[in-house]
Design a binder for this molecule. Sequence first.
Ligand code: M6R
Length: 618
Amino acid sequence: MCGITGYIGYRDAYPIVINGLKRLEYRGYDSSGIMMYDGKAMNLSKTKGKVADLEFIVNNEEKRKAGKIGLGHTRWATHGVPNDTNSHPHFSEHGDLAIVHNGIIENYDTLKKELTRRGYTFKSDTDTEVLINLIQEVKKNNKCKLGKAVQIALTNVVGAYAIAVFDITKPNELVIAKLGSPIAIGVGKENSEFFVASDASPFIEYTKNAIYLEDEELAIVKVGKDIEVRKIMDDSMVDTNIQTLKMSLEQIEKGGYDHFMLKEIHEQPKAIIDTYRGRMLPDQGIIKMSGVDDHLAKFLNADRIIIIACGTSWHAGLVAEYLFEDMARIPVEVEYASEFRYRNPIVTSKDVVIAISQSGETADTLAAIKLAKSKGAFVFGVCNVVGSSIARETHAGSYTHAGPEIGVASTKAFTTQITVLSLIALKLAKEKGTLSTSAFQNYLRTLAHIPSQIEQLLKIDDTVKEIAAAYKDAKNCLYLGRGFNFPVALEGALKLKEISYIHAEGYPAAEMKHGPIALIDENMPIFVIATNKGHYEKVVSNIQEIKSRSGKIIAVVTEGDTQVKEIADHVIEIPETLEALTPLLTTIPFQLLSYHIAVMLNKNVDQPRNLAKSVTVE
Ligand code: M6R
């Protein structure tokens, strides 16, 4: 995790670096720092806390802002507690070199012991300070330039990194390298300036030309010179592949909303349209998805589909299990990537593995993909971030096209993942003949209607606020759902936990009687999904069981419902749709509810404590 950014060129670097850090704060926000080179010295400012705290410190002293070269870092602590000293950038002991690093150097302890034996001392507890001193030691011993020293040092490193390194004795260049953590290099006109960042958002208003380094690549950028990219291990030159970015500035700004999360909740109708645009063609009665079309036989002949993911993406995977099995009659297993990768799973070349990830950088998912590939499986990615590590590591895939998701709590990523997975399930069902043509057409028509239904649902904000006000002080909450909506119950509970810090559990409604029922009393709010299809009567019975134990019932029902309305304390109505598509609607009230509770409790909605948007550590 952690966000890194840097600049070298003809502009004042400070505004670029500090604004870049603000955009990358979703990656980590327990401490931050900046190094500005003013032509003579490297000025370092670091602090525990948010980028705003860093900005406050720097604003008090003009000198800290001067220079055309800067490196910045916003941290999610791994080695060493969040404090001023452990914040990046880190300098080498001799003070010539500065580094910002995203990742983990796993063999840092061994390296540190060796460097200590050679007389090095360390100010921080970080693995990063070990790395910069290792680079210094290599540079000294080999009497080589910075690029070579970084390259040699990295061949001795076990772990993951995206780094940018500056050498005060060669102040016209930056050295950038990657293994496992993402890094983008923005290229200015005629190489007059270069930007470095964990993603392209910090430099989008300056250049649309970017290079995404691949694993084990190292780049040397020098103002006015061509970029040099090499393979770290064998020193071979790599052709630079400059891509044109499609991202726009509005996409990464709040656009009048108080929080990114609220903006992203409201973006869902458009995001879902962007997801199915050009793929779902109801007039022709087909779904066109090149990633699937090109490998159709793999899917159709698969013994089973294994879905791997983490967090919210795992919940989308659970929805997909219901979709694939129900529509296409293909057996599905859904696995936490972190468990899958370490449990010696049985995977064969007859399996299709679908890896789901918003960021495309989640370390556990990435490792699980590599494992599945090594066992011969065909691996298909469902990612949001274009060009991400997972998008590149998989054999084929479909992007969700949700646009940048900045709020740490996933919202539009979830609904667009479900949309992509629904399209794949429908496509396979059509190909296999497990769904009639009329049912298939009906799904397409109904799915096309979902965005406008979400628009309609988003208008219930006031009702949700009332419910949020009534239950914001609850200590524990239960979320219940069945069938397609069981994963939505899990996702509802996760949303509440992560941004309001209220303990919440999601359960299949019928499981309640096997344990959670013991928790129910008059203080316990229970959020139940009771749409008119999918075991409605059985869920109504569960609601009765809650009522007779004095639990507070907040039910999500289908428009026009009368039965649950009579029993529940509050109801939220969703528009009528097909049962398999209800998760796209039932999840919306839960997103809004968590959002409003977190706001009412004065929590940091977009940057909840201890979390980060992309979890690039295991
Ligand atoms: O980027 P990914 O989809 O791979 O991320 C997986 C989880 O880290 C993520 O969904 C996390 O659970 C979110 N904070 C949930 O809102």
